[in-house]
Every structure is written in structure tokens, then in C-alpha cells.
Design a protein. Structure first.
Length: 225
């Protein structure tokens, strides 16, 4: 099974804080490109990533993983860097990175070593993830997503806790993976990161009038290449 793209069409989601319905633009992610999804807080970036990962279902509309034999597709085909850290506290750095092998993901030892060096994790191999910094924990999740050979990588704010040097490294690694044929999408608030993407999708909640209760909102979008 090879996933050649992900397509979200006419998707909406009702949210409670504040109460409103988010209506998303149609999104098509194809192999070999890096796409940035940008927008302010509460514009729905994480919700969109969760739709594309198969972690959540829209209230209406469809999400299709083109070429997939299962819906949602397995971990081996779609790698996710979530905004909320998803590490196993009882495991060390290398054990968290190689955790994907339990889901049938094949990893190359030399590739893992190169990733850990590039992400400045090579001195933390056997450190428990509870003993490292927030930024280092985030880079562990990036390394885990890149360690296999997924068809799709979805990264939600993957440089939110990184300094400029580490942020540039993360983006470079994602661009390199896209150049090798992976479909990569990054949700980010960082303008310089979005500027380096092949395409940009910007989500912006519609304004509301007055001091009364929130009404339904439509997420507007503009796309640039």
C-alpha cells in the first residue's frame, strides 16, 4: 500500500470554546511537497491536522487517503508530530524514537543515528524523556516521525519550542523528506517557516460583531504557491 495523497473536502467541525462551527477549505496534499497551514490561535490548525491523520472525524465532509487500503491508514503510512507531546515517560529517548517498530514500521539504524545527530539528540540516547527539556522532547517526536518511511508526515507546530538553529534543522529535514517523495504538511504560526513551504494555506476565523454571544464562524483561506 502506498498513499499518494490526502484529500479533505467540505469538512466542518463544531467547537465549544467559544461555540462556533469551523468550515475548512478543501485541502489536497500530494507526495513530494511541503505544505504549510497557518493561522491565529483557534483558527482550527490542529483540528485540520487531526482530520488528515484520521484521529478525528469531521461533522460533515470527507477525508480521503488516496491509495490507502484501510481508513484511517496505519501508523507506518502516516507519521504525526502532535502539538501535545505523545511520548512514553517510562522509556528513554531511543526507545521512544523506535517505538514505531511495534506498529510495523521498519527503521534503519544508520538513518536513526544521522537523525539524532542532526537534531542534537545524539548525547541523549539513553536519557529518560522526563529528564530532558521541552525542546528536546519535541525533537524526539520529530525524529520518530522521520525515522521510518511514511508516505505522509503531518506536523503540528513542530518548532514551537525550538530556537532558530533547531527550527531551521527541523524544516530542512522535512523539506528533504518531501524531496524524496513524502507528502509533508506543517501547521505553524512561524511566518519564516511558512515562507519556505511549496504552498501555504492560511486559516483565519471570521470576525464577530458586538459583545453578545459568539455566532457561527467560517474559516476563510487563501492559498499561495
Amino acid at each position: 500500500m502506498t498513499i499518494t495523497g490526502v484529500r479533505a473536502t467540505s469538512v466542518t467541525k463544531r467547537v465549544d470554546q467559544p461555540p462556533r462551527t469551523l468550515t475548512f477549505p478543501d485541502v489536497e496534499l500530494t507526495r513530494g511537497e511541503l505544505v504549510a497551514v497557518t493561522g491565529p490561535t483557534a483558527s482550527g490548525k490542529t483540528i485540520l491536522v487531526n482530520f488528515l491523520a484520521g484521529w478525528d472525524r469531521p461533522d460533515s465532509g470527507t477525508v480521503e487517503w488516496v491509495g490507502a487500503s484501510a481508513s484511517p491508514p496505519p501508523w507506518s503510512a502516516v507519521a504525526v508530530v502532535p502539538q501535545q507531546f505523545a511520548l512514553v515517560d517510562e522509556l528513554d529517548v531511543i526507545e521512544n524514537i523506535t517505538l514505531a517498530t511495534r506498529a510495523g514500521v521498519e527503521l534503519a539504524d544508520d538513518a536513526i543515528a544521522e537523525l539524532m545527530e542532526a537534531l542534537r539528540l545524539d548525547r541523549l540516547v539513553h536519557r529518560n524523556v522526563q529528564e530532558i527539556s521541552v525542546g528536546e522532547r519535541q525533537r524526539v517526536m520529530v525524529a520518530r516521525a522521520l525515522a521510518g518511511t511514511p508516505d505522509v508526515i503531518l506536523a503540528d507546530e513542530p518548532v514551537a519550542h525550538q530556537d532558530r538553529q533547531n527550527a531551521e534543522t527541523v524544516v530542512r529535514l522535512l523539506r528533504e523528506r518531501a524531496a524524496r517523495g513524502t507528502a509533508c504538511l506543517v501547521a505553524t504560526r512561524e511566518a519564516d517557516i511558512a515562507a519556505g513551504a511549496d504552498r501555504r494555506i492560511e486559516l483565519a476565523p471570521a470576525s464577530h460583531a458586538g459583545d453578545g454571544p459568539w455566532s457561527d464562524e467560517t474559516v476563510t483561506t487563501w492559498i499561495s504557491r
